[in-house]
Design a protein around this ligand. Structure first.
Ligand SMILES: *Cc1c(COP(=O)(O)O)cnc(C)c1O
Length: 230
């Protein structure tokens, strides 16, 4: 059985070490535990070891897990691609949505966010250079999109998210994270109140933290390797 408490401790140590190297306080980087493909029992074990925020990519799997874990005070983040037909469940069942890349999706999320819940936290996904997929808005479009998203009543725009492709070379790994931070700073200078850079995963969290990430999304380093995608 995967030793989740041990893995959690070692990931937290990696985060602390990376913060120290970057001259940043440890409290400036949050840990999102990516529990996709793993079961409710793994989430429960991680929670018992002190982890509070969990990220999921697949809606139905996430809803099933949430139902099984309804007794725990967890924070749920959706980090998968957002399609129009999923926005209602996302607006009703999640605390954060990271992959917002179009205004139409943001509008639906805002319209569908229940009145009894706080505003839905969102990050706009940006396609920085070296992306693994075509997902995310172009960096040049980010300012207009972020302004429009920030104006929606039931959303709280928190920042930017990116998923750079894995790279063997450290300089190559850092470049897209730097681009993301520079864009983030540009948006803040333009007056947007952003506090989140959602970037860095199991294999590159040190590079992401060196370039300013405030929230790393870590799956396999906590829960073990996932079965390869079908
Ligand atoms: C799966 C996934 C992660 C976690 O990846 P690991 O390499 O397992 O840490 C982070 N972010 C997104 C968007 C993912 O889909």
């Amino acid at each position: 059985m995967t030793d989740i408490p041990y893995n959690l401790l070692s990931v937290r140590t990696r985060i602390a070490t990376a913060c120290k190297a970057a001259g940043r306080p440890e409290s400036s980087v949050g840990l999102l535990a990516v529990s996709k493909t793993f079961g409710a029992s793994e989430v429960r074990r991680a929670h018992a070891a002190g982890q509070h925020a969990f990220g999921e990519n697949y809606l139905q799997e996430a809803l099933d897990k949430q139902a099984e874990l309804a007794d725990l005070p967890l924070e749920w983040h959706f980090i998968g691609p957002v399609q129009s037909n999923k926005t209602r469940s996302l607006a009703e069942r999640f605390d954060w949505v990271h992959g917002v890349e179009r205004l139409k999706i943001a509008q639906r999320l805002s319209d569908q966010r229940p009145a009894g819940l706080p505003a839905l936290n969102v990050c706009v996904q940006v396609n920085v250079s070296g992306e693994a997929s075509k997902a995310g808005c172009a960096p040049a479009e980010a300012l207009d999109l972020c302004r429009a998203v920030a104006a929606l009543p039931r959303l709280r725009l928190r920042g930017l998210m990116a998923i750079p492709a894995p790279a063997a070379d450290a300089a190559e790994r850092r470049a897209p994270f730097r681009e993301l931070r520079e864009l983030f700073q540009e948006l803040r200078r333009a007056g947007l109140e952003l506090d989140t850079i959602s970037a860095g995963m199991s294999d590159d969290l040190e590079d992401a933290i060196a370039e300013g990430s405030t929230l790393v999304r870590v799956g396999s380093a906590l829960f073990g390797s996932r079965p390869p995608k079908a």
